[in-house]
Design a protein around this ligand. Structure first.
Ligand code: NAI
Ligand code: AKG
Length: 415
Protein backbone atom coordinates (compact mmCIF):
# COMPACT_ATOMS: atom_id res chain seq x y z
CA UNK A 1 0.00 0.00 0.00
CA UNK A 2 2.96 2.30 0.69
CA UNK A 3 2.93 5.33 2.85
CA UNK A 4 0.90 7.57 0.64
CA UNK A 5 -1.06 7.01 3.87
CA UNK A 6 1.07 9.72 5.46
CA UNK A 7 -1.58 11.93 3.87
CA UNK A 8 -3.79 12.09 6.94
CA UNK A 9 -6.90 13.16 5.06
CA UNK A 10 -6.65 10.38 2.52
CA UNK A 11 -6.00 7.81 5.25
CA UNK A 12 -9.03 9.01 7.20
CA UNK A 13 -11.21 8.86 4.11
CA UNK A 14 -10.21 5.27 3.47
CA UNK A 15 -11.24 4.17 6.96
CA UNK A 16 -14.43 6.30 6.96
CA UNK A 17 -15.46 4.57 3.76
CA UNK A 18 -14.70 1.11 5.17
CA UNK A 19 -16.69 1.91 8.32
CA UNK A 20 -19.72 3.26 6.43
CA UNK A 21 -19.77 0.30 4.02
CA UNK A 22 -19.69 -2.13 6.94
CA UNK A 23 -22.59 -0.24 8.49
CA UNK A 24 -24.49 -0.78 5.25
CA UNK A 25 -24.32 2.74 3.77
CA UNK A 26 -23.81 3.45 0.08
CA UNK A 27 -21.90 5.87 -2.13
CA UNK A 28 -24.05 8.90 -1.25
CA UNK A 29 -23.27 8.71 2.48
CA UNK A 30 -19.57 8.03 1.82
CA UNK A 31 -19.46 10.98 -0.54
CA UNK A 32 -20.97 13.29 2.05
CA UNK A 33 -18.98 12.20 5.10
CA UNK A 34 -15.55 11.80 3.55
CA UNK A 35 -15.10 15.61 3.38
CA UNK A 36 -16.07 18.47 5.71
CA UNK A 37 -19.28 20.26 4.72
CA UNK A 38 -17.59 23.62 5.14
CA UNK A 39 -14.06 24.94 5.09
CA UNK A 40 -13.30 28.59 5.62
CA UNK A 41 -9.85 29.95 4.75
CA UNK A 42 -9.01 33.31 6.24
CA UNK A 43 -6.15 35.79 5.98
CA UNK A 44 -5.42 37.56 9.25
CA UNK A 45 -3.39 40.78 9.23
CA UNK A 46 -1.54 41.25 12.51
CA UNK A 47 0.35 44.36 13.60
CA UNK A 48 3.66 43.03 14.93
CA UNK A 49 5.54 44.64 17.82
CA UNK A 50 8.11 46.16 15.44
CA UNK A 51 5.37 48.10 13.62
CA UNK A 52 5.23 45.91 10.50
CA UNK A 53 2.12 43.98 9.48
CA UNK A 54 2.27 40.24 8.94
CA UNK A 55 -0.57 38.34 7.27
CA UNK A 56 -1.31 34.86 8.63
CA UNK A 57 -3.43 32.14 7.01
CA UNK A 58 -6.01 30.32 9.13
CA UNK A 59 -8.70 27.70 8.61
CA UNK A 60 -11.88 26.47 10.22
CA UNK A 61 -13.33 23.18 8.99
CA UNK A 62 -16.80 21.91 9.95
CA UNK A 63 -17.18 18.27 9.11
CA UNK A 64 -20.90 17.74 9.58
CA UNK A 65 -23.60 19.28 11.76
CA UNK A 66 -26.39 16.71 11.40
CA UNK A 67 -25.99 15.69 15.07
CA UNK A 68 -25.57 19.20 16.45
CA UNK A 69 -23.12 22.12 16.45
CA UNK A 70 -19.59 21.29 15.41
CA UNK A 71 -16.84 21.18 18.02
CA UNK A 72 -13.07 21.01 18.10
CA UNK A 73 -9.82 22.75 18.87
CA UNK A 74 -7.70 25.39 17.18
CA UNK A 75 -4.08 24.57 16.43
CA UNK A 76 -1.29 27.16 16.18
CA UNK A 77 1.59 25.50 14.33
CA UNK A 78 3.88 26.28 11.37
CA UNK A 79 2.95 22.96 9.75
CA UNK A 80 -0.83 23.50 9.68
CA UNK A 81 -2.34 22.66 6.27
CA UNK A 82 -5.83 22.66 4.83
CA UNK A 83 -5.78 18.87 4.52
CA UNK A 84 -4.66 18.45 8.11
CA UNK A 85 -7.44 20.68 9.44
CA UNK A 86 -9.99 18.77 7.35
CA UNK A 87 -8.78 15.42 8.69
CA UNK A 88 -8.75 16.78 12.24
CA UNK A 89 -12.38 17.89 11.85
CA UNK A 90 -13.39 14.38 10.75
CA UNK A 91 -11.55 12.89 13.72
CA UNK A 92 -13.49 15.27 15.98
CA UNK A 93 -16.76 13.89 14.58
CA UNK A 94 -15.59 10.37 15.40
CA UNK A 95 -14.59 11.31 18.95
CA UNK A 96 -17.95 12.97 19.55
CA UNK A 97 -19.69 9.92 18.08
CA UNK A 98 -17.79 7.45 20.26
CA UNK A 99 -18.47 9.52 23.39
CA UNK A 100 -22.07 10.09 22.29
CA UNK A 101 -21.83 13.89 22.56
CA UNK A 102 -24.47 16.04 20.79
CA UNK A 103 -21.91 17.46 18.35
CA UNK A 104 -20.36 17.00 14.95
CA UNK A 105 -16.66 17.64 14.44
CA UNK A 106 -14.91 20.92 13.70
CA UNK A 107 -11.29 22.04 13.79
CA UNK A 108 -9.29 25.17 13.19
CA UNK A 109 -5.69 26.06 12.64
CA UNK A 110 -3.41 28.99 11.96
CA UNK A 111 -0.07 28.67 10.17
CA UNK A 112 2.20 30.41 12.68
CA UNK A 113 4.91 29.72 15.23
CA UNK A 114 3.75 30.99 18.64
CA UNK A 115 7.20 30.21 20.09
CA UNK A 116 8.52 33.10 18.01
CA UNK A 117 5.72 35.58 18.81
CA UNK A 118 5.28 37.93 21.75
CA UNK A 119 2.35 37.77 24.17
CA UNK A 120 0.66 40.80 22.56
CA UNK A 121 1.27 39.55 19.01
CA UNK A 122 -0.43 36.30 19.99
CA UNK A 123 -3.35 38.23 21.45
CA UNK A 124 -3.77 40.21 18.23
CA UNK A 125 -3.57 37.03 16.15
CA UNK A 126 -6.15 35.23 18.34
CA UNK A 127 -8.57 38.16 18.18
CA UNK A 128 -8.03 38.58 14.43
CA UNK A 129 -8.84 34.91 13.86
CA UNK A 130 -12.13 35.24 15.75
CA UNK A 131 -13.08 38.34 13.78
CA UNK A 132 -12.34 36.45 10.56
CA UNK A 133 -14.43 33.36 11.43
CA UNK A 134 -17.14 34.99 13.58
CA UNK A 135 -19.90 34.49 11.00
CA UNK A 136 -19.37 30.76 10.99
CA UNK A 137 -18.96 29.98 14.69
CA UNK A 138 -20.95 30.45 17.91
CA UNK A 139 -22.28 28.59 20.96
CA UNK A 140 -24.99 26.87 18.91
CA UNK A 141 -23.01 26.60 15.65
CA UNK A 142 -19.39 25.66 16.13
CA UNK A 143 -17.49 25.75 19.42
CA UNK A 144 -13.65 25.99 19.34
CA UNK A 145 -11.23 24.80 22.06
CA UNK A 146 -7.46 24.40 22.65
CA UNK A 147 -5.19 22.10 20.67
CA UNK A 148 -1.47 22.12 19.85
CA UNK A 149 0.23 25.32 21.09
CA UNK A 150 -3.00 27.01 22.15
CA UNK A 151 -4.06 27.34 25.78
CA UNK A 152 -6.58 28.87 28.20
CA UNK A 153 -5.17 32.41 27.74
CA UNK A 154 -5.76 32.18 24.00
CA UNK A 155 -9.28 30.84 24.63
CA UNK A 156 -9.90 33.84 26.93
CA UNK A 157 -8.89 36.36 24.23
CA UNK A 158 -11.02 34.55 21.67
CA UNK A 159 -14.03 34.47 23.98
CA UNK A 160 -13.61 38.16 24.78
CA UNK A 161 -13.39 39.09 21.10
CA UNK A 162 -16.47 37.04 20.23
CA UNK A 163 -18.40 38.58 23.14
CA UNK A 164 -17.50 42.09 21.90
CA UNK A 165 -18.62 41.29 18.36
CA UNK A 166 -21.92 39.79 19.52
CA UNK A 167 -22.39 42.41 22.26
CA UNK A 168 -23.18 39.88 24.97
CA UNK A 169 -21.02 37.74 27.23
CA UNK A 170 -20.68 34.39 25.42
CA UNK A 171 -18.71 31.92 27.52
CA UNK A 172 -20.30 29.00 25.62
CA UNK A 173 -18.64 30.17 22.40
CA UNK A 174 -15.39 28.40 23.31
CA UNK A 175 -14.14 25.83 25.82
CA UNK A 176 -10.85 25.36 27.60
CA UNK A 177 -11.21 28.82 29.16
CA UNK A 178 -9.62 29.87 32.45
CA UNK A 179 -11.87 28.82 35.37
CA UNK A 180 -12.62 32.46 36.27
CA UNK A 181 -14.12 33.02 32.80
CA UNK A 182 -16.43 30.01 32.91
CA UNK A 183 -13.87 27.30 32.26
CA UNK A 184 -14.56 23.86 33.66
CA UNK A 185 -12.70 22.23 36.47
CA UNK A 186 -10.74 19.34 35.02
CA UNK A 187 -10.53 20.55 31.37
CA UNK A 188 -6.82 21.33 31.59
CA UNK A 189 -6.05 17.73 32.56
CA UNK A 190 -8.95 16.04 30.74
CA UNK A 191 -7.11 14.66 27.71
CA UNK A 192 -4.50 13.04 29.93
CA UNK A 193 -7.14 11.74 32.37
CA UNK A 194 -8.96 10.08 29.48
CA UNK A 195 -5.73 8.48 28.28
CA UNK A 196 -5.04 7.20 31.80
CA UNK A 197 -8.43 5.46 31.84
CA UNK A 198 -7.61 3.83 28.49
CA UNK A 199 -4.18 2.71 29.74
CA UNK A 200 -5.82 1.04 32.75
CA UNK A 201 -8.24 -0.82 30.47
CA UNK A 202 -5.45 -1.90 28.12
CA UNK A 203 -3.16 -3.05 30.96
CA UNK A 204 -6.05 -5.06 32.43
CA UNK A 205 -6.61 -6.82 29.09
CA UNK A 206 -2.91 -7.62 28.76
CA UNK A 207 -2.65 -8.73 32.41
CA UNK A 208 0.04 -6.14 33.25
CA UNK A 209 0.15 -4.49 36.69
CA UNK A 210 0.25 -0.67 36.64
CA UNK A 211 2.79 -0.79 39.47
CA UNK A 212 6.17 -0.62 37.81
CA UNK A 213 4.69 -0.75 34.28
CA UNK A 214 7.11 0.90 31.83
CA UNK A 215 5.60 3.88 30.03
CA UNK A 216 7.10 5.89 27.17
CA UNK A 217 5.51 9.21 26.19
CA UNK A 218 6.27 11.23 23.05
CA UNK A 219 5.39 14.90 23.66
CA UNK A 220 5.47 16.80 26.95
CA UNK A 221 2.78 19.43 26.38
CA UNK A 222 -0.78 19.52 27.66
CA UNK A 223 -1.54 15.87 26.91
CA UNK A 224 1.90 14.31 27.48
CA UNK A 225 3.05 16.11 30.62
CA UNK A 226 -0.14 15.57 32.62
CA UNK A 227 -0.15 11.98 31.49
CA UNK A 228 3.42 11.55 32.78
CA UNK A 229 2.32 13.07 36.10
CA UNK A 230 -0.69 10.77 36.47
CA UNK A 231 1.26 7.66 35.46
CA UNK A 232 4.03 8.51 37.89
CA UNK A 233 1.48 9.07 40.67
CA UNK A 234 -0.18 5.72 39.84
CA UNK A 235 3.11 3.89 40.47
CA UNK A 236 4.10 3.31 36.84
CA UNK A 237 7.67 3.90 35.67
CA UNK A 238 7.83 6.63 33.04
CA UNK A 239 11.09 5.53 31.41
CA UNK A 240 11.06 7.89 28.41
CA UNK A 241 9.63 11.26 27.46
CA UNK A 242 10.30 13.58 24.57
CA UNK A 243 9.58 16.95 23.05
CA UNK A 244 10.33 18.56 19.71
CA UNK A 245 14.02 18.91 20.63
CA UNK A 246 14.82 15.38 21.75
CA UNK A 247 14.09 12.68 24.30
CA UNK A 248 15.11 11.60 27.80
CA UNK A 249 15.45 7.99 28.92
CA UNK A 250 16.04 6.22 32.23
CA UNK A 251 15.21 2.53 32.65
CA UNK A 252 14.61 3.09 36.40
CA UNK A 253 12.05 5.79 35.70
CA UNK A 254 12.52 9.53 35.11
CA UNK A 255 12.07 12.12 37.84
CA UNK A 256 8.72 13.32 36.54
CA UNK A 257 7.91 15.95 39.22
CA UNK A 258 11.28 17.57 38.52
CA UNK A 259 10.71 17.57 34.75
CA UNK A 260 7.19 18.98 35.16
CA UNK A 261 8.64 21.76 37.21
CA UNK A 262 11.22 22.62 34.55
CA UNK A 263 9.15 22.43 31.34
CA UNK A 264 8.12 25.63 29.58
CA UNK A 265 4.60 26.56 28.49
CA UNK A 266 5.13 24.90 25.08
CA UNK A 267 6.11 21.56 26.62
CA UNK A 268 9.88 21.93 26.09
CA UNK A 269 12.17 20.36 28.65
CA UNK A 270 14.75 18.08 27.00
CA UNK A 271 16.89 21.04 25.88
CA UNK A 272 17.91 21.50 29.53
CA UNK A 273 19.74 18.16 29.59
CA UNK A 274 22.91 17.14 27.75
CA UNK A 275 22.32 13.39 27.37
CA UNK A 276 19.22 13.13 25.31
CA UNK A 277 18.32 10.36 22.87
CA UNK A 278 16.49 11.01 19.59
CA UNK A 279 12.74 10.84 19.09
CA UNK A 280 13.18 7.83 16.75
CA UNK A 281 14.99 5.88 19.46
CA UNK A 282 12.36 6.87 22.02
CA UNK A 283 9.56 5.29 19.97
CA UNK A 284 11.53 2.07 19.69
CA UNK A 285 12.24 1.61 23.42
CA UNK A 286 11.11 -1.68 24.94
CA UNK A 287 8.15 -0.83 27.19
CA UNK A 288 4.64 -1.86 28.24
CA UNK A 289 2.82 1.23 26.99
CA UNK A 290 3.89 3.68 24.29
CA UNK A 291 1.89 6.92 24.14
CA UNK A 292 2.44 9.19 21.14
CA UNK A 293 1.22 12.58 22.45
CA UNK A 294 2.74 15.03 19.96
CA UNK A 295 1.89 15.18 16.24
CA UNK A 296 0.85 13.05 13.24
CA UNK A 297 2.67 10.30 11.36
CA UNK A 298 5.17 9.23 14.02
CA UNK A 299 4.65 5.47 13.71
CA UNK A 300 4.92 4.61 10.03
CA UNK A 301 5.66 1.55 7.91
CA UNK A 302 9.30 2.56 8.24
CA UNK A 303 9.57 2.07 12.03
CA UNK A 304 6.47 -0.05 12.90
CA UNK A 305 8.49 -3.29 12.87
CA UNK A 306 10.88 -1.88 15.43
CA UNK A 307 8.25 -0.76 17.97
CA UNK A 308 8.68 -2.90 21.09
CA UNK A 309 5.65 -1.79 23.14
CA UNK A 310 2.86 -4.25 24.09
CA UNK A 311 0.28 -1.47 24.05
CA UNK A 312 0.03 1.78 22.06
CA UNK A 313 -2.42 4.39 23.32
CA UNK A 314 -2.75 7.32 20.91
CA UNK A 315 -3.10 10.57 22.84
CA UNK A 316 -2.12 12.53 19.72
CA UNK A 317 -4.34 12.84 16.68
CA UNK A 318 -3.18 10.67 13.82
CA UNK A 319 0.23 9.50 15.13
CA UNK A 320 0.08 6.11 13.37
CA UNK A 321 -0.32 5.58 9.62
CA UNK A 322 -2.67 2.95 8.22
CA UNK A 323 0.14 0.70 7.06
CA UNK A 324 1.76 0.93 10.49
CA UNK A 325 -1.62 0.15 12.10
CA UNK A 326 -1.72 -3.06 10.07
CA UNK A 327 1.85 -4.01 10.94
CA UNK A 328 1.53 -3.49 14.69
CA UNK A 329 -1.94 -5.06 14.87
CA UNK A 330 -0.61 -8.16 13.06
CA UNK A 331 2.16 -8.33 15.64
CA UNK A 332 -0.41 -8.48 18.47
CA UNK A 333 0.20 -4.99 19.83
CA UNK A 334 -2.99 -3.66 21.43
CA UNK A 335 -3.75 -0.29 19.84
CA UNK A 336 -6.16 2.17 21.44
CA UNK A 337 -6.79 4.59 18.57
CA UNK A 338 -6.76 8.38 18.79
CA UNK A 339 -10.48 8.94 18.23
CA UNK A 340 -11.16 6.87 21.35
CA UNK A 341 -8.05 7.45 23.48
CA UNK A 342 -7.92 11.24 23.20
CA UNK A 343 -11.65 11.90 23.58
CA UNK A 344 -11.23 13.07 27.19
CA UNK A 345 -10.54 16.64 26.08
CA UNK A 346 -13.71 17.07 24.08
CA UNK A 347 -15.77 15.24 26.71
CA UNK A 348 -14.83 17.75 29.40
CA UNK A 349 -15.21 20.54 26.85
CA UNK A 350 -18.78 19.33 26.45
CA UNK A 351 -19.20 19.50 30.24
CA UNK A 352 -17.83 23.05 30.13
CA UNK A 353 -20.34 24.06 27.45
CA UNK A 354 -23.21 22.44 29.38
CA UNK A 355 -22.16 24.30 32.54
CA UNK A 356 -21.94 27.60 30.60
CA UNK A 357 -25.40 27.02 29.15
CA UNK A 358 -26.98 26.20 32.50
CA UNK A 359 -24.94 28.68 34.54
CA UNK A 360 -24.32 26.13 37.28
CA UNK A 361 -20.87 24.62 37.85
CA UNK A 362 -19.82 21.13 38.94
CA UNK A 363 -16.94 20.15 41.21
CA UNK A 364 -13.92 18.27 39.91
CA UNK A 365 -15.00 14.96 41.44
CA UNK A 366 -18.24 15.05 39.49
CA UNK A 367 -16.39 15.92 36.27
CA UNK A 368 -13.85 13.11 36.73
CA UNK A 369 -16.53 10.53 37.43
CA UNK A 370 -18.66 11.54 34.45
CA UNK A 371 -15.54 11.51 32.25
CA UNK A 372 -14.59 8.04 33.48
CA UNK A 373 -18.02 6.61 32.71
CA UNK A 374 -18.05 8.05 29.18
CA UNK A 375 -14.52 6.86 28.39
CA UNK A 376 -15.22 3.33 29.67
CA UNK A 377 -18.48 3.14 27.75
CA UNK A 378 -16.68 4.26 24.59
CA UNK A 379 -13.92 1.72 25.15
CA UNK A 380 -16.33 -1.18 25.75
CA UNK A 381 -18.31 -0.33 22.64
CA UNK A 382 -15.21 -0.12 20.41
CA UNK A 383 -13.61 -3.23 21.89
CA UNK A 384 -16.82 -5.18 21.44
CA UNK A 385 -17.06 -4.18 17.74
CA UNK A 386 -13.38 -5.13 17.34
CA UNK A 387 -14.04 -8.61 18.76
CA UNK A 388 -17.39 -9.40 17.15
CA UNK A 389 -16.51 -8.05 13.70
CA UNK A 390 -12.93 -9.31 13.87
CA UNK A 391 -11.55 -5.97 12.67
CA UNK A 392 -8.71 -3.82 13.97
CA UNK A 393 -9.34 -1.31 16.73
CA UNK A 394 -9.09 1.70 14.44
CA UNK A 395 -11.79 0.50 12.06
CA UNK A 396 -13.90 -0.54 15.07
CA UNK A 397 -13.55 2.97 16.51
CA UNK A 398 -14.52 4.53 13.19
CA UNK A 399 -17.62 2.32 13.03
CA UNK A 400 -18.61 3.31 16.56
CA UNK A 401 -17.83 6.96 15.84
CA UNK A 402 -19.63 7.47 12.55
CA UNK A 403 -22.80 5.47 13.22
CA UNK A 404 -24.81 8.17 15.00
CA UNK A 405 -23.83 10.86 12.49
CA UNK A 406 -24.87 8.71 9.53
CA UNK A 407 -28.20 7.96 11.20
CA UNK A 408 -28.77 11.67 11.87
CA UNK A 409 -27.94 12.49 8.24
CA UNK A 410 -30.42 9.86 7.10
CA UNK A 411 -33.22 11.05 9.43
CA UNK A 412 -32.70 14.64 8.24
CA UNK A 413 -33.14 13.37 4.71
CA UNK A 414 -29.80 14.70 3.49
CA UNK A 415 -28.97 11.51 1.58
N1 NAI B 1 -4.93 19.63 24.19
C1 NAI B 1 -5.99 18.86 24.05
O1 NAI B 1 -7.02 19.03 24.73
C2 NAI B 1 -5.97 17.71 23.09
C3 NAI B 1 -4.86 17.39 22.34
N2 NAI B 1 -4.87 16.32 21.51
C4 NAI B 1 -3.74 15.97 20.67
O2 NAI B 1 -2.61 15.67 21.48
C5 NAI B 1 -1.42 16.03 20.78
C6 NAI B 1 -0.60 16.97 21.65
O3 NAI B 1 -1.40 18.12 21.93
P1 NAI B 1 -1.08 19.10 23.16
O4 NAI B 1 -0.44 18.34 24.24
O5 NAI B 1 -2.30 19.86 23.39
O6 NAI B 1 -0.02 20.06 22.44
P2 NAI B 1 1.10 20.98 23.13
O7 NAI B 1 1.39 22.04 22.16
O8 NAI B 1 0.72 21.34 24.51
O9 NAI B 1 2.37 19.98 23.24
C7 NAI B 1 2.92 19.33 22.14
C8 NAI B 1 4.16 18.58 22.60
O10 NAI B 1 4.65 17.79 21.51
C9 NAI B 1 6.02 18.08 21.30
N3 NAI B 1 6.35 17.88 19.90
C10 NAI B 1 6.00 18.65 18.85
N4 NAI B 1 6.52 18.14 17.72
C11 NAI B 1 7.19 17.03 18.07
C12 NAI B 1 7.94 16.08 17.37
N5 NAI B 1 8.12 16.17 16.04
N6 NAI B 1 8.51 15.06 18.06
C13 NAI B 1 8.35 14.97 19.39
N7 NAI B 1 7.64 15.84 20.12
C14 NAI B 1 7.09 16.86 19.46
C15 NAI B 1 6.19 19.52 21.76
O11 NAI B 1 7.55 19.82 22.03
C16 NAI B 1 5.31 19.49 23.01
O12 NAI B 1 6.02 18.90 24.09
C17 NAI B 1 -1.89 16.65 19.46
O13 NAI B 1 -1.94 15.65 18.46
C18 NAI B 1 -3.28 17.13 19.78
O14 NAI B 1 -4.09 17.25 18.63
C19 NAI B 1 -5.95 15.47 21.45
C20 NAI B 1 -7.07 15.73 22.18
C21 NAI B 1 -7.19 16.90 22.99
O1 AKG C 1 -12.02 20.18 23.50
C1 AKG C 1 -12.42 20.20 22.36
O2 AKG C 1 -13.49 20.67 22.00
C2 AKG C 1 -11.59 19.62 21.24
C3 AKG C 1 -10.24 19.08 21.61
C4 AKG C 1 -9.52 18.71 20.37
O3 AKG C 1 -9.22 19.56 19.55
C5 AKG C 1 -9.20 17.31 20.07
O4 AKG C 1 -9.75 16.41 20.70
O5 AKG C 1 -8.41 17.08 19.15
Amino acid sequence: MGDMMNDVLQATQIVIEQALRRLGYGDDMVDLLKEPMRLLTVRIPVRMDDGTTKVFTGYRAQHNDAVGPTKGGVRFHPGVTEKEVKALSIWMSLKCGIADLPYGGGKGGIICDPRKMSFRELERLSRGYVRAISQLVGPTKDIPAPDVMTNSQIMAWMMDEYSRIREFDSPGFITGKPIVLGGSKGRETATARGVVIMIHEALRLKGIDINGARIVIQGFGNAGSYLAKFMHEAGARVIGISDVNGALYNEEGLDIPYLLDRRDSFGNVTNLFPNTIGNEQLLELECDVLVPAAIENQITEENADRIRASIIVEAANGPTTLEATRIITDRGVLLIPDVLASAGGVIVSYFEWVQNNQGYYWDEKEIDEKLRLMMIRGFENVYDIHLTRKIDMRLAAYMAGVRKMAEAVRFRGWV
